[in-house]
Design a binder for this molecule. Sequence first.
Ligand code: PGA
Length: 225
Amino acid sequence: MKKYIIGNWKSNKTVEEAKQWLDKFNSQLQTTNYNLQAKIIICPAFTHLSLFREYIDAKKLPIELGAQDVSAYDSGAYTGQVSAAMLQGLVDWVIIGHSERRKYFGETDEVLSQKVVQAQKAGLNVIFCVSDEKTAIPDGVAAVAYEPVWAIGSGKTDTPENANAVCGEIKQKTHVATVIYGGSVKPENVASFLSQKQIDGVLPGGASLQANSFFNLITHADTNA
Ligand code: PGA
């Protein structure tokens, strides 16, 4: 099975910066004639999704697109919300339950379940984030990301061995086949996670923001995993 590398841009980059990232990433791929082994998914802000979709299609970039969140409601009178139907045709994936959504936007297990239902109705694949093996996981998600809160953006990672154990427990509990690790994943440590049996991919945040370092991370993942 291909390993997953999912770049979560969070609330970063202007439209101009997003264009520059795409140009840089594309030229890295072209100039090195690089043959990607992993499945690459980028999750930029909603405002960049159309740009990404057009760029990926025009240049036939071998990457897939994801959103970082979705509304818990159908389309309608919900000012400011982006419904799952609005994402159809733009993205194949959506992250739901990131710890920053839980912490800063008060998203509860109940709201997160509604979001998963909405995503599924629209045929989107859900990457569901949890901070440990005890967190509730709704049925039918495509992938689970184990992300210990203290490892996010801190430069500290879980040990590959412990992350492997937690990912294994999540698989047993949920029967979800794809479980990945996130939290301060960098080019230097990515292979240590991907070489673990139960870890099917990684979810880098900070390390996905610069095209060079993201490309570097991918090449380390491909050659060492
Ligand atoms: P980080 O973020 O790689 O910057 O720690 C990961 C995440 O929050 O998904």
